[in-house]
Ligand binder design. Sequence first.
Ligand SMILES: *[C@@H]1O[C@H](CO)[C@@H](O)[C@H](O)[C@H]1NC(C)=O
Ligand SMILES: *[C@@H]1O[C@H](CO)[C@@H](O)[C@H](O)[C@H]1NC(C)=O
Ligand SMILES: *[C@@H]1O[C@H](CO)[C@@H](O)[C@H](O)[C@H]1NC(C)=O
Ligand SMILES: *[C@@H]1O[C@H](CO)[C@@H](O)[C@H](O)[C@H]1NC(C)=O
Ligand SMILES: *[C@@H]1O[C@H](CO)[C@@H](O)[C@H](O)[C@H]1NC(C)=O
Ligand SMILES: *[C@@H]1O[C@H](CO)[C@@H](O)[C@H](O)[C@H]1NC(C)=O
Length: 891
Amino acid sequence: MSSSSTLRPGLLRILSLALLAVHVLSDVTTGIPDAAPPGFEEWESPIFLPAPDVKGSGDWASAVARARTFVKGLTLPEKINVTTGVDVLGRCVGNTGTIPRLGWAGLCLEDSPLGVRFADFASAFPAAINAAATWDVDLIKARGVAMGEEHRGKGVNVALGPMTNMGRVAAGGRNWEGFGGDPFLSGAATVATIEGIQSVGVIANVKHFIGNEQEHYRGGSSAPQITSSNIDDKTLHELYLWPFAEAVHAGVGSVMCSYQHVNQTQACQNSKLINGVLKEELGFQGFIVSDWAAMINGVQPALAGLDMNMPGFVGYGVGEQNNPDPSTATNSYWGAALIDMVKNGSVPESRVDDMVTRTIAAWYKMGQDKNYPHVSFSQLTQQTYLNGEKVNEHVNVQADHYKLIRKIGAASTILLKNTKSALPLSVKSLKRIGVFGSDAGPHPLGPNICSNGQNDKGCSEGTLAMGWGSGTANFPYLIDPLAAITQHIQSINPTVVIEGVLDDYNLKAQSSVAAVSDTCLVFVNADSGEGYLTVDGNAGDRNNLTLWANGEKLIQNVAASCPNTIVVQHVVGPVLVESWIDNPNVTAVLHAGIPGQETGNAIVDVLFSDSPQATNPSGRLPYTIAKQRGDYPADILYQSNEKVPQITYTEGVSIDYKWFDLKNIEPRFEFGFGLSYTSFSYSGLQVSKSRGRREIEALHRTSTTARSSAAASSSKLSSFPHAASSTSAAVSSAPVSSASAPVVSSAPASVSVSASASASASASGNATSTASAPPAGSSPVGDVGGPAELYKTIATVSFKVKNSGKVAGNEVSQLYIGPPNSFGVTQKALRGFARTFLNPGQTKTVTIPLRLKDVSSWDVEKQKWVQSSGQLKVYIGKSSRNIELQGTLNL
Ligand SMILES: *[C@@H]1O[C@H](CO)[C@@H](O)[C@H](O)[C@H]1NC(C)=O
Ligand SMILES: *[C@@H]1O[C@H](CO)[C@@H](O)[C@H](O)[C@H]1NC(C)=O
Ligand SMILES: *[C@@H]1O[C@H](CO)[C@@H](O)[C@H](O)[C@H]1NC(C)=O
Ligand SMILES: *[C@@H]1O[C@H](CO)[C@@H](O)[C@H](O)[C@H]1NC(C)=O
Ligand SMILES: *[C@@H]1O[C@H](CO)[C@@H](O)[C@H](O)[C@H]1NC(C)=O
Ligand SMILES: *[C@@H]1O[C@H](CO)[C@@H](O)[C@H](O)[C@H]1NC(C)=O
């Protein structure tokens, strides 16, 4: 790099570190991305060094200060113990080492996003996709609080959720662990979940960072093939990063990097993403942990900003049982190797200090230094003793969470069709009811054991109430629909005939019961999960988008002899319904998702108006249901011979409804759709700027000035594309040409946004049912999550909603902006929502705030958010395609 003499001193440090990194990286034989294959040359990640040290921004200040003091007193082996896990045979799925000298007990990291995985006496909550389907941030937050209480009660320090990948592909195996296909909805649900979990002192972990959208070839240290998700900068910011930015702004304590590559570089060693985007641009103050055995190298992740290696060993099946002392463990990319890296100069000790400071800061920030419960369960057994050691105290953490689980189950149920007043049912008018399908009944071996011997719900037997994989929890019990329906009917009229035909394939038995029933309830399902388990030939991702276990035939067969056939689907995502949805004998359809342990009771609440907790359905689709699979913008890559199969996100920001709108494709049921037993009318739209044009401009100036130093360093280093790509070129031993590298004129300066500036509005787009402007929050968080100004309310949209029908219920109102807008595409984008309860005849005013970020788009050249200008259209609707009111916002 001969031109380095022309560079200023501040930069020399960066460059020399970069050179050091290049030197070191070039020594490493594993983990270096191969050059992009022909045709994909532009899809490479630049290198961004050095890793930004934690700053103690905003409300992290005192936790970071305390953590610095804590770290000062540690020996290098003690520090290593905080960074590396002990292996998979610990009490939790992840366990850091401990510091016996100081009595520091280490951290327990435990799955999952819907409960405490592997624990007994804990609840099985509705999946995140159901939480999203409620469109109710208060319910979502309550779920977060309840899950947080259960993790805390078991002694878990870090709860491994929420998961907020975007469901780019309808068949994606883990989509149900996340919040659906829209970044705003997903962001709001992510924030509410984190606020809930962390409100009781548990560190939340937002995952998987980033572009982890399919299970096939997702990677892992020992995987022979690992995909590269190729994502352009605009799409990253406006879509996949959005919920992560909201999470960071909400103060999330930890992030998990994903298995696959992004732009050829494995996500846990992608310095552009971790150092550049997460830590510099978003100002993330907590720690980032690898997904389990996602690391494929030791030095590169350390320099790229990774802070914790889980579960510690090199890889599954690669000598898992090692040494329970991480500081001397040799079967690890870190552990003892990290000590060597510090000693031989390939990783500065200051980087290790920062790893530990970030981790301990999160621990202090959640108050875990005081009276935190010890780990009282073991992921390895439900029994009390393991090898003579007492590992399970059977602490019962369920409290009355079953009530919330039932409530969310009902609130997340989406009514897709209701003709001939088929629903709701009342026992009074029933004489004879048939209940059909294995999905209505119990599991043959109980809710937690699969007859194929697989763990983690790796089968589809009995009613479906969660998917499979690490995103699961044990059911303490599972109320199946047939049992709940029977109990409800009997509580009112024990003389109703109830017949359950649970065999999906016995068409004759189905027909004979259907022909004599006045009401036929058909239960069907579709399952998916994590790729390490294969169920019915589905390796995580679904092979098709249709129903499982003869579901379509079952519906058609029952409907052929029963003119009042009501379908309930328990599904992990969209399913194609074309072969039966228009059948006039199918009078109603409920799309119930995967509702957790109270599933049977929850469906009774929606089906029956005489249930004590009768619920008028208000769930709305968090994704689009297409008419055919090919209508979706992208699909799973199932087959590839490439070592690094390339998955390029060519559809850009236009996934889900944005794609259908852009391409003018008629969906079967659009994003945001859902019917009710009552009707609602809208009026009185008012769009008011809560700040004048000048004020907004000033805000934007502050936000861009505040960021300019960071943006400068970020864009310089990343627009160091030459340095960057020549760096990766150097790694693959091509000559370094720095002659064309731009001269960087400033070293990365510290970024701080006045913490005294008035605080941000709720990131959830919280709506109040009065006309008053939404109350400002009260805890400024400085630049955490990006410039604080982006999160301030700049306008409010209010309107009236009236319950014009005869039944009380909730209405979910949705706010979309554009077109035209400056998002580079012309379709609508969700930017707010509110769920409002209304009695018959009642009218309420609903107010939804719009923040600066909500009306901005990511400018790739400027590397910052820029505000849309001119007139912005504002739509208020019942779904993405059912718009009731329109207005404009002049910016
Ligand atoms: C990936 O490559 C695209 C296309 O060059 C670029 O826009 C984007 O910023 C890159 N992202 C990362 C994380 O390297
Ligand atoms: C590291 O953690 C292990 C496991 O808890 C413990 O046995 C060991 O003493 C710790 N090492 C140091 C240096 O504190
Ligand atoms: C939404 O706002 C209302 C009224 O200010 C408040 O009671 C409620 O807790 C808020 N919900 C969330 C999730 O912030
Ligand atoms: C430094 O130590 C690490 C861990 O043992 C090793 O992978 C790396 O090759 C070493 N680097 C140098 C320059 O010796
Ligand atoms: C779709 O996959 C499910 C689960 O493997 C299977 O039961 C069903 O038969 C498949 N449907 C079609 C049309 O192949
Ligand atoms: C609807 O049910 C009736 C029996 O009541 C049957 O005769 C008819 O064929 C069914 N229609 C369809 C489309 O299945």
